[in-house]
Design a protein around this ligand. Structure first.
Ligand code: UDP
Ligand code: MG
Length: 161
């Protein structure tokens, strides 16, 4: 699993890791955006949640990740941008019965994250200064317990960005 704030470089580094080590890349954010695009029953709720910089209910995100894992030939997954909260983490473990072998955390200064998100021009509805500030507040409030949990279990590798 790969964790870090908005714009900390998760997606970019995942692409490199996947190319070099042959994992199947599962970006939680991308799966949610795909769900919006496919006009599924949860699409509108997910779009509103992302616009507000909030966290989509764990069960919805876990189901999307689980569906990808089950339909893939790969047995080695790199899950990017998830779990974002302790509740996310517990739901994933309960629903899938799986745990990550290791978790990489990109520790990046806030001003760098803001700069990158504002400059990336990917056309995302949440890459504006108002939503970024909300995403950073959510990240600072909810990420640490997840990181601490994996750290205690000896699974955490922190990369200082
Ligand atoms: N998101 C979520 N749960 C997840 C992953 C993403 O609710 O497990 C939502 C959340 O609103 C987040 C947005 O999707 O702000 C974008 O996530 P992504 O990881 O793509 O953004 P990044 O942090 O890489 O900029
Ligand atoms: Mg991303």
């Amino acid at each position: 699993m790969l964790s870090g704030g908005p714009g900390s470089g998760k997606g970019t580094q995942c692409t490199k890791i996947v190319n070099n080590f042959g994992f199947k890349h599962l970006s939680a954010g991308e799966l949610l955006r795909r769900e919006i695009a496919s006009n599924s029953e949860y699409g509108a709720m997910i779009l509103n949640t992302i616009k507000e910089g909030k966290i989509v209910p764990s069960e919805v995100t876990v189901k999307l990740i689980q569906r990808e894992m089950e339909s893939s030939d790969s047995r080695r997954f790199l899950i990017d941008g998830f779990p974002r909260t302790e509740e996310n983490r517990i739901a994933f473990e309960n629903i899938t019965g799986a745990e990550p072998d290791l978790v990489i955390f990109f520790d990046c200064p806030q001003e760098e994250m803001v700069k990158r998100v504002l400059n990336r021009n990917e056309g995302r509805v949440d890459d504006n200064i108002v939503t970024i500030k909300k995403r950073l507040i959510v990240f600072e409030a909810l990420n640490l317990p997840v990181i601490n949990y994996y750290s205690k279990r000896g699974k955490l590798y922190t990369v200082t960005v």
